[in-house]
Ligand binder design. Structure first.
Ligand code: UDX
Length: 431
């Protein structure tokens, strides 16, 4: 099939590369000329394992193209995916200006039947608005369909998730749209859930909200564990082996971040409010997530006493490992809180230093590795569980630190071993 993807961010670029790898011809469009120039030169604007190689291979084989022109993409391709950003407005609502703008451009460029698929995370009813917008600007009355095909890929394992999905969700109104999308996804051999458009839109927000709820739930339990001296790892294992609960997404820590969970939760709460439902449960999920960050500050203060002039080393800045994405990263929020309290901050992250430099205060000291961040620190905070932090030489770290205090914000170290090495070890809900 000939596919046009409008919006070459994480979702658009990964989807485009993967569709091309499945044998389709794909044009990825973006209105940022610098990004398209970079992509055409073979560089990848984001860090995503395996993506660079996949893009280069498919470009070489003539299946993947880049353009700044929506018109070119829409004229050449029958299936058009909308994968533009849907950022949060001040009130939590999703800003759909880009989706509307692109819908209009598609309407004005369609030479014949087109299937327009929303892939961006959008609130329920967006499909109707896209359809309405295309109708208004589709002066020649060309036939088209709108469909919803939410993406469930995770940063860091996006290609694997795209190629081996648990399910594919397709929200459609016509048989033609269903047949095209079913054929497109057929090679992936995953269950395809075909629904109406609104249900597909809700599936996306409901999935992300459920996962965020799972994380806040285990974080709330971890606080109880802290208070009574129980161990959250054992509790999580004990409940997770019940298949109805499942063991995934039960890692307690400093909270969830990223470009999806915080934004989607806010948007879902706002949509619910607009249609007359007070989603108090999700507000509590947000509250617990915010509290996890305050908790870290409290844990540090309880161990180093006064924060002014104390040095805190922070390992990991990205919102999770294997990505350079720092959007809504808990590490950054914690760093800002610590700096406000007068602490000196030294940081190291394997991939996110460049992006963090642009947003963190000039007072922050960026270090060449974990050992440099630990040197002369009064406390070391593990904020993101990169693999390289699992293999550190803690004897050396202890020698380098001013005070051997370790806050394990992701519960990756063995408390017994750390205590044996002489650290004051504090995890999240661990003995
Ligand atoms: C998420 C969804 O998983 C994905 O399906 C959707 O399409 C986009 O949003 P992503 O934001 O890439 O993907 O990251 P994910 O791996 O889900 O982690 C989100 C956050 O939750 C991270 O900050 C992570 O550290 C945190 N998390 C995750 C926990 O704190 N505990 C866990 O058990 C799991």
């Amino acid at each position: 099939m000939k596919i046009c993807i409008i919006g070459s961010g994480y979702v658009g670029l990964v989807s485009g590369a993967c569709f091309a790898d499945l044998g389709n011809t794909v044009i990825c469009v973006d209105n940022d000329p610098a990004k398209i120039k970079k992509l055409k030169s073979g560089a990848i604007p984001i860090y995503e394992p395996g993506l660079g190689e996949m893009v280069r291979r498919n470009r070489k084989e003539g299946r993947l193209f880049f353009s700044t022109s929506v018109r070119e993409g829409v004229r050449k391709c029958e299936v058009i995916f909308i994968a533009v950003g849907t950022p949060s407005r001040g009130n939590g609502e999703a800003d759909l200006t880009f989706v509307e703008h692109v819908s209009r451009q598609i309407a004005q460029s369609m030479p014949s039947y087109r299937l327009i698929v929303e892939k961006s995370t959008v609130p329920v009813n967006t499909g109707e608005w896209v359809e309405h917008t295309v109708k208004v600007f589709n002066k020649r009355n060309i036939k088209f369909d709108v469909a919803s095909n939410p993406e469930f890929l995770r940063e860091g394992s996006a290609i694997k998730d795209f190629m081996n999905p648990d399910r594919i969700v397709i929200g459609v109104k016509s048989k033609k749209a269903k047949d095209i999308l079913t054929e497109l996804y057929n090679p992936l051999k995953a269950p395809i859930v075909v629904t109406d458009i609104k249900s597909a839109e809700i599936i996306k927000h409901a999935s992300n909200s459920f996962l965020a709820t799972k994380i806040s739930f285990i974080n709330a339990i971890s606080d109880i564990c802290d208070k009574v001296g129980a161990d959250i790892s054992e509790v999580a294992r004990g409940i997770g082996l019940d298949r109805r609960i499942g063991k995934e997404f039960l890692n307690a820590g400093i909270g969830f971040g990223g470009s999806c969970f915080p934004k989607d939760l806010s948007a879902f709460i706002r949509i619910a409010e607009k249609i007359g439902y007070d989603f108090g449960m999700l507000k509590e999920v947000q509250r617990v997530n915010d509290y996890q960050k305050d908790l870290v500050l409290k844990k540090i203060e309880a161990l180093v006493w006064n924060l002014p002039k104390k040095t805190i080393g922070v390992l990991g800045l990205s919102f999770k490992p294997d990505t350079d994405d720092i959007r809504q990263a808990p590490a950054l929020e914690i760093i800002e809180m610590l700096q406000e309290e007068g602490a000196r901050i030294k940081v190291y992250d394997p991939e996110a230093m460049g992006k963090a430099r642009a947003v963190l205060s000039k007072k922050t000291e960026f270090c060449k590795d974990a050992y440099a961040a630990a040197k002369n620190s009064d406390c070391l905070l593990l904020a993101t569980e990169w693999n390289e932090f699992k293999e550190l030489d803690f004897k050396k770290i202890k020698r380098l630190m001013r005070q051997p205090i370790l806050i394990d914000g992701r519960n990756i170290y063995d408390p017994v071993e750390m205590k044996k090495l002489g650290f004051t070890y504090v995890g999240i809900g661990r003995k």
